[in-house]
Write a protein that binds this ligand. Structure first.
Ligand code: PBG
Length: 326
């Protein structure tokens, strides 16, 4: 052995030394917890493909948000499942819609104690299950923009902090920013699902939110998982349109894009660790094949190490619990 040897093991000798030299930190303050609220629901329903995730009735929302907030998690991401769907997704921008009711109830109860983020999309609200409005046999981009803008404004009226468009329509950030500003909601921020890929990792979510497309697929609007330059164009376009936080979605198979976004832009970067990523871990853990806590920790740290500032994850509550203990 040549001398002097670079001995990297010197900084791994004790647990305190490893703590001191740890490069990436994870805190419950980095997490955003998804919440599903369903209209006209009497009792909670378990989501079959997502162990421990439930759809909640409006009456249970305060309890759930209280639990999340007590765990030190700063933000929730609301998804709504309406009773009525139609071709143009009318219940999505109804001031009495399920998401709107949930927002105003949470705001009343929690004031500024939690950041309320809400999904802005159509697929839960349209009878077609598509994220845009169909005209002829096409998803019509610009008609869909008007509706997305109306959803954002109706959520803003109820007191949302951040709207989170996930429809992948071109120009959605600009349309929403303009509508919010025109209606006096200049303080409502936008976290766009900027590079949302056409992914098979979303299938458990479609179970949770009843939003699978009734025909076709989402290939004409979501980013192909083969294209990283195109993903960067999506991020850049959202920034030019005035977005406040960009998002890469899914997370685990897209860590390279998180890193690339962090390197190229100065804007906050969120990662969405989606339902399929959760289901893979849960499924294996339920079989006893892996240690759920250890794997969750490693996954969340890797997303932070890649460059994410915040993570939307179905593990938010369980991770906050183990982070409180450590
Ligand atoms: C709907 C939406 C989807 C997800 C978030 N918003 C599903 C889809 O595009 O089919 C997926 C989230 C997840 O899988 O956790 N616009």
């Amino acid at each position: 052995m040549s001398f002097p040897t670079r001995r990297l093991r010197r900084l791994r000798t004790t647990s305190k030394m490893r703590e001191l030299t740890q490069e990436t930190r994870l805190s419950m303050k980095d997490l955003i917890c998804p919440v599903f609220v369903q209209e006209d629901l009497k009792t909670r329903i378990k989501v079959e493909s997502m162990s421990e995730i439930e759809r909640l009735p409006l009456e249970d929302i305060n309890d759930e948000v209280g639990t999340i907030s007590d765990l030190g998690i700063p933000a929730i991401m609301l998804f709504g499942i309406p009773s009525k769907k139609d071709e143009v997704g009318s219940s999505s921008f109804d001031d009495n819609g399920i998401v709107q009711k949930a927002i105003s109830q949470i705001r009343k109860n929690f004031g500024d104690k939690i950041v309320i983020m809400a999904d802005v999309c159509l697929c839960q609200f349209t009878s077609t299950g598509h994220c845009g409005i169909i005209k002829g046999n096409k998803i019509d981009n610009d008609t869909s923009l008007d509706t997305l803008a109306k959803i954002a404004v109706s959520q803003a009226k109820m007191g949302v902090d951040t709207v989170s468009p996930s429809a992948m329509m071109d120009g959605q950030v600009y349309a929403i920013r303009k509508a919010l500003d025109d209606n006096g909601f200049t303080d409502v921020s936008i976290m766009s699902h900027s590079a949302k890929h056409r992914s098979s990792f979303y299938s458990p979510f479609r179970d949770a939110a009843e939003c699978a497309p009734k025909f076709g697929d989402r290939k004409t609007y979501q980013v192909p998982f083969t294209n990283s330059r195109e993903a960067m164009m999506e991020v850049e376009t959202d920034i030019n349109e005035g977005v406040d936080i960009v998002m890469i979605k899914p997370a685990l198979s897209y860590l390279d894009l998180i890193t690339e976004t962090r390197k190229r832009f100065n804007i906050p970067v969120a990662a969405y660790s989606v339902s399929g990523e959760y289901a893979l871990v849960k499924g294996a853990a339920m079989q006893g094949w892996i240690n759920e806590k250890d794997i969750t920790e490693e996954i969340l740290y890797s997303i932070k190490r890649a460059g994410a500032d915040m993570i939307v994850t179905y593990f938010a509550k369980s991770a906050a619990r183990f982070l409180q203990e450590s």
